[in-house]
Design a protein around this ligand. Structure first.
Ligand code: SF4
Length: 227
């Protein structure tokens, strides 16, 4: 439910209370509107995409070619969340399709899954100019849509790829070197940070650590009887 709906319900409730006070009955005014009515309803991914629209909520809309929403299994058990689109992603409108994306595909395949079986998204959906790091206001504008995607997909575990993904999801300033390989909780969903594939392309010697992290994901899924 968006802010406007919230406000509408609140105004309606106040009006009904007012009528009740005026002696206009019977009007069914609950003491408290049930929490489940007030709480945001889970949207489908198509609804989240529709709500995002031709987004201009942050300055990145000026330089992007396409919005890279995310793709994969709408009911995925495992989600991979990276930082933001690069050149190839901006051109194709799909996440992780450049060189780093090809490496991510291999990482996914290394645990006997395919890209179609997981869901892949980013913290921000538009490419920053010259692939610079996302800025705090951009993350703030864009990440609520990612959160809606997570709520919609309801994965069991999220693999956060790189610093910005891990820091945003876990609301921390800690470095990826300190965060990686450990399991965290995000409102009931497990999060395991690891290095971003683009970092691995520059530092191939760190691939072993990512492999260790992937094994942890498989182990956690198996320990929790999740196929
Ligand atoms: S990065 Fe996100 S918030 Fe900014 S314009 Fe793109 S879709 Fe909108």
């Amino acid at each position: 439910m968006d802010e406007n709906s919230h406000e509408m319900i609140s105004n309606l409730k106040a009006y009904l209370e007012y009528l009740k006070g005026m002696g206009i009955v019977p009007l069914p005014v609950a003491e408290n509107i049930p929490e489940k009515v007030i709480r945001s309803e889970t949207l489908t991914l198509a609804e989240v995409r529709k709500e995002l629209g031709d987004c201009k909520r942050c300055k990145l809309h000026r330089t992007r070619r396409t919005i890279v929403f995310g793709e994969g299994n709408e009911k995925a058990t495992l989600m991979f969340i990276g930082e933001g689109p690069g050149y190839d992603e901006d051109v194709q409108g799909r996440p992780f399709v450049g060189k780093a994306g090809q490496l991510l595909t291999k990482i996914i395949q290394s645990i006997n899954l395919s890209r179609e079986e997981v869901y892949i998204a980013n913290i921000i959906k538009c490419r920053p100019p010259q692939n610079r790091n996302p800025e705090p206001d951009e993350i703030e504008s864009c990440s609520p849509f990612l959160m809606k995607q997570i709520t919609s997909i309801h994965p069991k575990i999220i693999c956060a790829l790189g610093t910005f993904s891990a820091q945003t999801l876990l609301k921390t300033d800690a470095k990826i070197t300190a965060l990686r390989g450990k399991l965290y909780d995000l409102e009931g969903v497990k999060v395991i940070p690891t290095y971003h594939p683009a970092f691995l392309l520059r530092n191939p010697e760190r691939k072993r650590e990512v492999w260790e992290d992937m094994k942890k994901i498989v182990e956690w899924l198996s320990n929790n009887n999740i196929a």
